[in-house]
Design a protein around this ligand. Structure first.
Ligand SMILES: Nc1ncnc2c1ncn2[C@@H]1O[C@H](COP(=O)(O)OP(=O)(O)OP(=O)(O)O)[C@@H](O)[C@H]1O
Ligand SMILES: O=P(O)(O)OC[C@H]1O[C@](O)(CO)[C@@H](O)[C@@H]1O
Ligand SMILES: [Mg+2]
Length: 326
């Protein structure tokens, strides 16, 4: 970018995630600190196409860090996937005089940013998704809060499963990834955990751990299923057929996307918002802000999207050891 950035747009897109508000606040305040004007685009790419915007001030983002959801609303826009939608979005940016855009979302949102870059805009992505499925980043905004919410719910389920000596099958989100399920399973001491990255062997991965736990004296069981593996109802039926246990299914669903962000999410969001504006101010474009360990780094969006993220092997090994799976 030859000209200094004077006015940028910020938006949230895809599934919302706790901490998105903190990221918006950070982008706005960093912009103002650097002498850049910041416009909020509402409803993700849908709002870009339709010119749905709100000017953001220092005061308008006050108190936002602790709030769940996203004050800019989020959306999934099919229209934007077509060239016409992208051209309309670029026209909105031209009309509003936006030099650059910061998009907070997941991999789909980053693919959208690349399309806008092809329309001549400067773009930066901030990873915000409870799925933690952005390969270039060890962490995505919202993941910690979602893990904590799921663990809290499962702890409550465990109480009633214990009283009634039942087997609970809990489906957690994560789209095609098992990070959330694996971490939650370890944290709540699950009997078994199923993740999409490993094709399940039901006998070895679920039925045998239940049998071993029963032989050890346990009379209630907790099985965690990532939504990307199988329906929790199918898994529960398999368990019932093999063991005759009284099973109950809980699909945690969108509760995992709500709630006030944890300290970790507020902090990550705040740093990432700052980094995004710093990159733009330095004339950079087509970058994703990312975390590697405790460090904040950035990657080219195309390279970032080509990277693959596997499960954390250490966590998977620990899970297998603690559930007794060989
Ligand atoms: N290949 C693509 N080209 C252009 N735009 C895209 C593409 N993929 C996704 N988008 C846009 O980005 C939006 C958000 O993408 P998506 O629904 O995949 O969520 P995400 O950003 O990956 O977040 P999450 O997975 O956490 O819900 C889509 O609704 C669409 O408007
Ligand atoms: O909000 P929607 O469109 O039902 O999407 C649900 C999906 O979004 C996520 O919550 C975030 O990507 C996934 O875990 C889940 O599969
Ligand atoms: Mg995604």
């Amino acid at each position: 970018m030859d000209q200094p950035v004077r006015r940028i747009g910020v938006f949230t897109s895809g599934g919302d995630a706790p901490g998105m508000n903190a990221a918006i606040r950070s982008v706005v305040r960093t912009c103002l600190h650097m002498g850049i004007e910041c416009i909020g685009v509402r409803r993700g790419y849908h709002g870009l196409i339709n010119g749905d915007f709100v000017p953001l001030t220092f005061e308008s983002v006050s108190g936002l860090s602790r709030r769940g959801g996203t004050m800019l609303y989020s959306a999934r826009s099919e229209d934007f996937k077509a060239k016409l939608g992208q051209e309309k979005a670029a026209a909105t940016c031209k009309l509003l005089g936006l030099d650059a855009l910061v998009g907070i979302g997941g991999d789909g949102t980053f693919r959208g940013l690349l399309c806008l870059a092809q329309q001549g805009l400067s773009v930066i992505g901030i990873p915000g998704t409870i799925d933690n499925d952005i390969a270039c980043s060890t962490y995505t905004i919202g993941y910690d809060t979602a893990c904590n919410t799921a663990v809290e719910c499962i702890d409550k389920l465990r109480d009633t499963m214990q009283s009634h000596e039942r087997c609970s099958v809990v489906e957690v989100m994560g789209h095609h990834a098992g990070h959330l399920a694996l971490n939650v399973g370890v944290a709540c001491g699950a009997t078994a955990v199923l993740v999409p990255e490993r094709t399940p062997d039901y006998e070895q991965d679920v039925i045998e751990p239940i049998r071993r736990a029963r032989l050890g004296g346990r009379t209630h069981f907790m099985v965690i299923v990532a939504e990307g593996v199988d329906s929790a109802y199918n898994v529960a039926q398999k368990i019932k057929d093999a063991t005759s246990l009284d099973t109950r299914v809980t699909v945690l669903g969108h509760v995992q996307r709500g709630g006030a962000p944890t300290s970790r999410d507020r902090t990550a969001a705040t740093y990432m918002g700052y980094e995004a504006v710093r990159l733009l101010a330095e004339g950079k474009t087509c970058r994703v802000v990312a975390m590697q360990g405790d460090a904040y780094v950035d990657y080219d969006i195309t390279e970032a999207l080509a990277m693959q993220k596997g499960l954390d092997e250490q966590t998977y090994t620990v899970m297998r050891a603690l559930t007794g799976v060989q």
